[in-house]
Design a protein around this ligand. Structure first.
Ligand code: HEC
Length: 132
């Protein structure tokens, strides 16, 4: 009887752990310290947002969607959700978004060779407009 109880507790614990692990939305994405403290060299303002929007529309919108909700037409073909920029970017430094865009991960392409640094920084300004 006692071993049955132990087994029950063990089963409950493992089921709980499994549930917890599968509900964590995406693995943490480690960003090197030097990026976290980087200042955005592109001046914030209408001009940067306009440039960022233009580049975003041709390069990022297909997955991330027109409002950054991760609902672009291409998102349906991906194994990983592309996230919701309106909430996910809160608390992240510009340099973190810059790093993630440059290096990519899994379904997220690396843009270090396809988009100039200046354009990525402008896109980062534009991404901020999605915040709720
Ligand atoms: C082919 C689809 C696709 C395209 C195109 C794409 N992304 Fe992504 N992006 C993703 C996916 C999927 C993730 C989630 C990756 C992960 O968490 O492993 C992601 C994650 C991100 C993140 C991290 C968000 C967070 O929560 O920290 C940023 C920033 C980002 N993308 C920016 C961009 C920018 C900027 C562009 C255009 C230059 C772009 N992406 C183009 C699929 C895409």
């Amino acid at each position: 009887m006692k071993s049955l109880k132990v087994l029950f507790v063990m089963l409950t614990v493992s089921a709980f752990t499994l549930a917890l692990v599968s509900f964590v939305p995406g693995k943490p994405w480690e960003v090197p310290k030097e990026y976290k403290t980087m200042k955005n060299p592109v001046k914030a303002g209408d001009e940067a947002i306009k440039a960022g929007k233009a580049k975003y529309s041709t390069t990022c919108k297909s997955c991330h969607g027109p409002k950054g909700l991760g609902d672009g037409p291409k998102s349906k073909t991906l194994k990983t959700p592309s996230g919701d920029f309106s909430v996910d970017l809160k608390g992240q430094a510009d340099g973190e978004l810059f790093y993630k865009t440059k290096t990519g991960r899994g379904d997220m392409p690396a843009y270090d060779k396809k988009v100039t640094d200046e354009d990525i920084w402008s896109i980062v300004h534009y991404l901020r407009t999605f915040a709720k």
